[in-house]
Design a protein around this ligand. Structure first.
Ligand code: GLN
Length: 502
């Protein structure tokens, strides 16, 4: 822990400030997300209930916007990280993000369609500034080699899920009684709490997230210079041309949305290549490569995991026997299982790894992440069982879903908080926030992949999709474990000899 940081339960107090800020932010994010699709498809005519009128879109239109929204909200983390690294530091970026989020959720209280789009746009910008940078700040609370960092991230992750659990439990009830816009408004009020909490806790965050003025011009982050290099040699020009063609293909064969997405992704790919070239030691170069490879795991993980809100949600609704006694468990409650399991098991999983590490047994982040993919993948075995039962008897038991979500959560705990921590260990300091942004963008791409896979269930059937994900994830996780040794070598001992640093 950095010098002069006050502690509580063996962790810097700053961690709890960030925990609470992120808890409220995630409440507003997941609360709004929970009602977004429902609001878009709700009728434009006033019904008998208190919810008020919706937008009257088809479910296809609503899901399309939802897919782009849940992707953009994380992809925008890349510019969010860049702004922090280059201009204002993480602490201010989180502050501005929180303010923009309050505005965004506030605008959504209005019923006009312009307010709807403006609100969503502001939420995307706000999350982009806040989410990656608050995560990097957690890492900034610890010195290199401090074994408490992983545990700190697990605690932080509990905050995330506490927010999401409360949101899924409360926002639906508010909407049912007071209408859609009260639900959006609640998300806004909660975000104001997050902002107040962050401002009030500044004295515990004095040493983290500051934008440092560099003394050596070599240490200055200059994206312009990096991009300039794309044109400074024939080899680079060829690369640039390939990138432009890739974006064009996206636009030509799909639509302008994909074209823009490809353009953005290829621009980022080019930036990462140029950063790699510029890194001045082989150690940093190797670590950079490991980080990028680990992002492949991240895309695959979320691509499978995020079936939760889509295909598995629909499966729960239409094919699962949800009766307990005379009561039917509402579909939406299954969405709370993940967050609930995280809160129950996060410290146990983190404690398990810490104990193994202290005993000197294999517990590298890369191993945990690969294992996380496999464990999560096994969750789909229960979905396969569910489909088999449904095909035999016309309905399937809830227990399969509970088991699937349990395995998904255990897998998530092996991968997600671990990956956050891993990035703060490996990323070159001056690009720390950018790399966190790339991590979230990878999970955003995973969200999009999840949507595409989920949609294809109408062509291939659920059995094929669930079984396919099971096999694919277990094989990929297994492959990563096979190449673990060389990968670990490339980290150059970034995780060796971790111990408690006072
Ligand atoms: N549930 C996590 C969160 O909201 C997952 C985010 C992600 O990486 N996509 O922070």
């Amino acid at each position: 822990i950095k010098p002069h940081q006050k502690e509580l339960f063996g962790q810097p107090i700053g961690l709890y400030i960030l925990f609470l800020t992120e808890m409220w932010e995630r409440f507003s994010y997941y609360g709004m997300r929970a009602i977004l699709v429902l609001y878009m498809v709700a009728s434009t005519e006033l019904g008998a209930d208190a919810r008020g009128v919706g937008l009257g879109w088809t479910s296809k239109e609503a899901l399309a916007l939802y897919g782009w929204y849940t992707m953009l909200v994380y992809i925008i983390a890349i510019p969010g990280g860049m702004i922090a690294d280059k201009l204002i530091g993480q602490k201010k970026a989180v502050l501005y993000g929180a303010i923009i989020l309050c505005l965004g959720h506030g605008v959504l209280v209005l019923t006009d369609i312009w307010a709807f789009y403006t609100g969503l746009g502001l939420v995307i910008l706000g999350v982009g500034l806040l989410k990656p940078n608050i995560s990097t700040m957690v890492g900034g609370l610890y010195q290199q080699g401090d074994i408490r960092r992983d545990k700190g991230f697990s605690i932080f992750y509990i905050g995330i899920n506490l927010g999401s659990l409360l949101a899924t439990l409360i926002v639906g009830v508010v909407v049912a009684n007071y209408g859609w816009h009260a639900g959006f408004g609640l998300a806004g009020i909660v975000m104001v709490l997050g902002l107040i909490n962050y401002l009030g806790g500044q004295k515990y965050l004095v040493q983290v997230g500051n934008h440092t003025v560099v003394e050596n011009p070599k240490d200055e982050v200059s994206y312009g210079k990096l991009y300039g290099q794309l044109f400074n040699s024939p080899k680079h020009l060829i690369i640039t041309a390939v990138l432009v063609v890739a974006s064009f293909i996206g636009w030509y064969f799909m639509n302008w949305g994909y074209g823009l997405l490809f353009l953005f992704l290829t621009a980022i790919a080019a930036l990462l290549m140029m950063i790699y070239r510029e890194l001045d030691s082989q150690i940093y170069k190797d670590r950079f490569i490991v980080l990028l490879l680990s992002f492949i795991m991240v895309i695959i993980f979320w691509g499978a995991f995020e079936q939760a809100g889509g295909l598995m949600n629909i499966y729960t609704d239409t094919k699962t026997n949800r009766m307990i006694g005379g009561w039917q468990v509402p579909t939406i409650m299954f969405q709370s299982l993940n967050a609930g399991f995280i809160i129950l098991f996060a410290t146990a999983v983190a404690g398990f790894w810490a104990k193994r590490k202290l005993k000197g047994k294999e517990a590298s982040s890369l191993f945990k992440m690969a294992l996380g993919i496999i464990i999560m993948g096994f969750g789909f075995l229960f979905m396969v069982f569910a489909v088999m039962e449904f095909e035999k008897s016309g309905t399937s038991s809830m227990i399969w879903l509970v088991l699937a979500y349990l395995f998904h959560t255990l897998g998530e705990l092996c991968l997600s908080p671990v990956a956050l921590s891993f990035i703060t260990k490996l990323a070159p300091a001056k690009y720390a926030s950018l790399m966190m942004g790339v991590y979230f963008a990878s999970s955003g791409l995973g969200n999009k992949v999840a949507g595409i896979i989920g949609e294809s269930a109408s062509d291939f059937g659920e059995y094929t999709i669930f079984a396919g994900i099971l096999v694919f994830t277990v094989v990929v996780g297994g492959l990563f474990i096979l190449i673990l040794k060389p990968l670990k070598r490339l980290t150059h001992g970034a995780e060796d000899n971790e111990h408690i640093i006072e």
